[in-house]
Design a protein around this ligand. Structure first.
Ligand code: AMP
Length: 398
């Protein structure tokens, strides 16, 4: 067990790390981060930041020397970095098994199959002949995905006929590595659930969220998900059993499709707090970040009770400017909570923040969240016109 007062290292310095750091600080922990970006959102919240590639062994040695245990905030870090720390006998949670499994769709699907958990029918694709065999086995429509490195809808393409499958194959193959052809699932709802497990084997599951995506990126999460108690229990049971099989100490997000007949197909696993669990910050007795902290430190897990129906909507950059306007209007509804991640450039599609609204029902929370989101816009100047002008002047553009 790592008691409050101890020091935690985080590989990856994005917003997930920053929200984890806030929870850890509140409970008296110290933090070090490792990220190639010296201005990563989490770096400002840490006691120490190491600017280096994730796989840099000298940087990992330093991180280990400065901290009592290490965790990671997203799964696109090299599993070799986590294995390096494990070989050196350093505590690192969740371990490399969860990371390796989640960062490769083929390993993930084999893992699900071995666990007896249903997923969409799929076939591995390594070359053009393999594509034809996969198409014959899976049929159209289908989704062609890179096995590794894809996130937020990147590295995947819906294909409806042989010509579009071949075009997608040529495009995705450029990323290198194997591809997966997956049957296109006509789901009723997309769901996710977050399960925490500590080293003692205690588990706790948050209420499932119903998720809506835009262009493959999470747009809106609504809780309760509006599913039957049986579906909610089945999804929670799947998450618990997968966390158990991964010997996880930490949090595991399980994304799943709910079919019209009530069956669940697991789509993806992430061994970390997840965007679809951000609602827990404002709507649950324990946030997913505090729960991750408790789980990796070996503390008892907190209550996952939902205090109120809630909806979370993401705030993405648009490329139209870096100043967010309209917050005064959005916050007029008193249940709305705004979270901004401190990223300077609001590039198109970049996750800049989110907002959460509470309500008497999931539908009411959803309406509030979307109404508040509609008040926000990105502007090159906005109310901070002077600051933006200074920034432009500093870059020598005016
Ligand atoms: P993923 O990166 O696998 O989570 O996919 C991103 C999003 O694409 C999912 O949340 C779904 O909305 C959609 N998607 C992915 N795979 C499938 C599939 N096999 N059938 C239908 N939609 C899918």
């Amino acid at each position: 067990m790592l008691a409050p007062g101890g020091t935690i290292g985080i590989i990856g310095g994005g917003q997930l790390g920053a929200m984890f750091a806030a929870a850890a600080r509140r409970m008296g922990y110290r933090l070090w981060t490792l990220d190639p970006d010296p201005e990563a959102p989490c770096a400002a919240a840490a006691d120490g930041h190491i600017t280096a590639p994730f796989g840099d062994t000298r940087a990992l040695d330093r991180l280990a020397a400065e901290t009592d245990l290490v965790t990671y905030e997203f799964e696109n870090i090299p599993a070799a970095a986590v294995e390096y720390l494990e070989r050196a006998g350093r505590p690192v949670f969740p371990g490399s098994l969860a990371l390796r499994t989640a960062q490769d769709r083929l390993l993930e699907k084999e893992f699900l199959r071995a666990a007896g958990i249903p997923a969409a029918p799929y076939a591995e694709v390594r070359d053009e002949a393999g594509l034809r065999t996969a198409v014959a086995a899976v049929g159209f429509p289908a989704v062609l995905k890179t096995a590794r490195g894809g996130y937020d809808g990147k590295g995947q393409c819906v294909v409806r006929d042989p010509a579009s499958a071949e075009a997608a194959f040529r495009r995705l193959l450029r990323a290198g590595g194997a591809l997966v052809l997956e049957k296109f699932v006509r789901f009723e709802k997309e769901l996710s659930v977050i399960c925490a497990r500590n080293a003692a084997g205690e588990t706790a599951v948050f209420p499932a969220a119903e998720n809506a995506h835009r262009d493959g990126i999470l747009h809106l999460s609504t809780v309760p998900a509006g599913i039957t108690p049986a579906a909610e229990a089945a999804l929670a049971a799947i998450a618990r059993s997968l966390a158990q099989r991964l010997s996880l100490a930490g949090t595991l997000c399980v994304e799943a499709f709910l079919l019209p007949d009530g069956a669940l197909l697991v789509n993806e696993l992430a061994p970390r707090p997840h965007n679809s669990g951000h609602y827990t910050l404002d709507a649950c007795e324990t946030s997913q970040f505090e729960q991750h902290l408790r789980a990796v430190c070996g503390l008892p897990l907190g209550s996952t009770r939902l205090r109120s129906p809630a909806a979370m909507v993401n705030i993405l950059g648009t490329g139209e400017g870096d100043v967010l306007t309209g917050a005064e209007e959005a916050l007029k509804e008193s249940s709305v909570k705004l979270h901004l991640y401190g990223k300077r450039e609001a590039r198109a599609g970049r996750k800049m923040g989110h907002l959460t609204a509470l309500g008497g029902s999931a539908a009411a929370a959803c309406r509030r969240a979307l109404a508040a989101r509609a008040k926000l816009a990105w502007s090159p100047t906005g109310r901070s016109a002077a600051g933006t002008a200074r920034k432009i002047a500093a870059h020598g553009e005016i």
